[in-house]
Design a protein. Structure first.
Length: 552
């Protein structure tokens, strides 16, 4: 089938189920063994689910939410909702009860699929009583009204509907890094355009295997893995749990593996625990050993067959990408937003000289920089608007372009560098603006630093809030302070006087999704840290440049 046309996702499911009905599509570990679902069985289960949902009185156009970690059933539900004409509303599996309730009520969802969850008891208070609760085949303490098996007993619907391209497919809620999540309206046609663009840009095909573990509620996984697998005819595997993660990756042996900076950092820490950096550098300089060492490291991660490695969602230190490049693991950095379905720019085919950028526009995407430095994007894979928020829609979609709110610059080859958010700029007490992201990018080059947020609105000088890498726990504080102080001095010498950092504050408590400092996609909620540390310069010990939070 020619996927360069206007083929929609469901048509691709029908195509593969017809051409390769018995070939394995989804591999799900559950109850100590792998459950394998062929293309034909996936379509049949989706068709049975449609019949079950109709029996419950759910009508086309109804919103139906999904609250679950990634699993084969998530895919099957997504296909069933498309077939039935329903509008899917994914919710992050780590979302707190307040966010769960907000999304369900704001979207006017009538039913909710409940699947794999780590803390269902904490989320249940967020589920309105009137909602129809549908259980995926995973144990949960939550009350549910209809189990997976009872939904699948119905005879599958015979029709093979193809929705109109301009009809609403899904409401994808933003991660809420600056306040309440916004419901991004995505049509079947826009979703198809983004998936086809990924396919054309990367050359994914039926021989590829993907590993799905980043939240499917986030548009990146929904397009780059679920959607791309449909168009490529590629197999997808899932993780059973955090403890089995690497073993599950090894079993699937993915050819495509997309991650976030934090996991790539953790992988590196694990490698360096076994082979310290000085020894690794030595081994990589010995021609007879270098190839063997690289191969062993890749195999240890389960990525020895991977031809595409990706990274996105948050800024990544170029030094980390260079470190993996030495292991013959070139990582493609990409950039996008929920509003343009995460498909905008990619450093693919990988170019080493473009590390530090987020790549160039993918097939069918136009990028330009406005006079104020804002990145503008235009493509077929863009949102219809924000649900129930016409004002925000008018602000974001103007003159046919998506106004992203990100600042950036394009080089002579069309490669994009992100320099921050328009709204991130703040004024110090001196009345001059500071852009925090470029300063943070310099700080995170230090491998001791895992995460950083520069704050300082109304303060005498900006300050850097820093979360140290896991490997720093238990290390000598004086040595750490000495290295960080040298980094601080090196950076300040490059900055104008009003930008120079007054000091580095080492965080006492790690930033996590659970304590609400990180969004489910691991972005820092900058506005919360600005509020919490708004008077930092008044509490700062005189004469010190590196301070542990416990000492304040």
């Amino acid at each position: 089938m020619n996927t360069s046309d206007r083929t929609l996702p469901l048509q691709m499911l029908y195509h593969w189920a017809g051409q390769r009905p018995d070939e394995i599509y989804l591999r799900q570990p559950r109850e100590d063994h792998w459950h394998e679902h062929s293309w034909g069985s996936v379509l049949e289960m989706a068709a049975r689910l449609v019949a079950g949902l109709r029996r419950l009185g759910l009508k086309p156009g109804d919103k139906i939410a999904l609250l679950s970690k990634n699993c084969a059933e998530w895919f099957i539900c997504d296909f069933a909702l498309q077939m039935g004409g329903y509008i899917s509303v994914p919710i992050y599996p780590t979302a707190g009860a307040d966010t769960v309730r907000y999304v369900l009520e704001h979207s006017e969802s009538r039913a909710l699929f409940i699947g794999k969850l780590d803390e269902p008891a904490a989320q249940e208070p967020g589920i309105p009583e009137a909602l129809i609760r549908l259980a995926m085949p995973y144990a949960t303490p939550m009350e549910t009204h209809h189990h997976w098996d009872s939904l699948l007993v119905h005879e599958p619907v015979n029709e093979r509907p193809v929705p109109a391209a301009d009809t609403l497919m899904t409401l994808v809620y933003t991660s809420g890094s600056t306040g309440k999540p916004k419901g991004v309206m995505i049509t079947h046609g826009a979703y198809a355009a983004a998936c086809r663009g990924i396919l054309e840009t990367t050359g994914l095909n039926a021989e590829d295997r993907a590993f799905s573990y980043l939240p499917l509620a986030h548009i990146t996984e929904r397009v780059y893995v679920l959607g791309a697998s449909l168009y490529a005819g590629a197999q997808v595997g899932f993780a059973h749990s955090l403890t089995t993660f690497v073993d599950n990756v090894k079993t699937i042996s993915p050819t495509v593996f997309i991650s976030v900076p934090r996991l790539w950092t953790n992988f590196r820490s694990g490698i360096l625990e076994k082979v310290p950096e000085p020894k690794l550098k030595l081994l990589l300089r010995i021609p007879l050993l270098s190839g063997l060492v690289k191969k062993k490291i890749r195999a240890g991660l389960g990525l020895d067959q991977a031809r595409i490695l990706g990274c996105g969602s948050a800024p990544v230190a170029p030094s980390l990408l260079r470190w993996y490049e030495r292991l013959d693991m070139p990582i493609t950095e990409a950039w996008g937003m929920t509003e343009n379905l995460a498909y905008s720019t990619l450093n693919y085919p990988f170019r080493s000289d473009k590390i530090g950028t987020v790549g160039k526009a993918g097939v069918g995407v136009e990028i330009r920089i406005a006079d104020n430095g804002e990145i503008l994007c235009r493509c077929d894979g863009m949102m219809q608007g924000y649900y129930k928020n016409e004002e925000a829609t008018r602000e974001a979609l103007r003159d046919g372009w998506l106004h992203t709110g990100d600042r950036g610059r394009l080089d002579g080859d069309g490669y994009l560098s992100i320099t921050g958010r328009l709204k991130d700029a703040f004024k110090t007490a001196k009345g001059k603006y500071v852009l925090p992201v470029p300063i943070e990018a310099m700080l995170i080059e230090n491998s001791l630093i895992e995460q950083v947020c520069v704050v300082g609105s109304g303060q005498a000088q900006p300050m850097a809030l820093v979360q140290l890498a896991e490997g720093c726990a238990g290390q000598d504080r004086e040595r750490l302070a000495s290295v960080l102080s040298a980094t601080l001095g090196h950076i300040n010498r490059k900055l104008e006087s009003h930008q120079r950092l007054g000091g580095i504050l080492i965080m006492k408590t790690p930033w996590t999704v659970e304590n609400d400092i990180l969004t489910p996609t691991l972005k820092i909620k900058r506005h919360l840290l600005e509020q919490q540390y708004g008077d930092l310069d008044q509490r700062w010990p005189e004469g010190q440049s590196i301070v542990w939070e416990q000492e304040l």
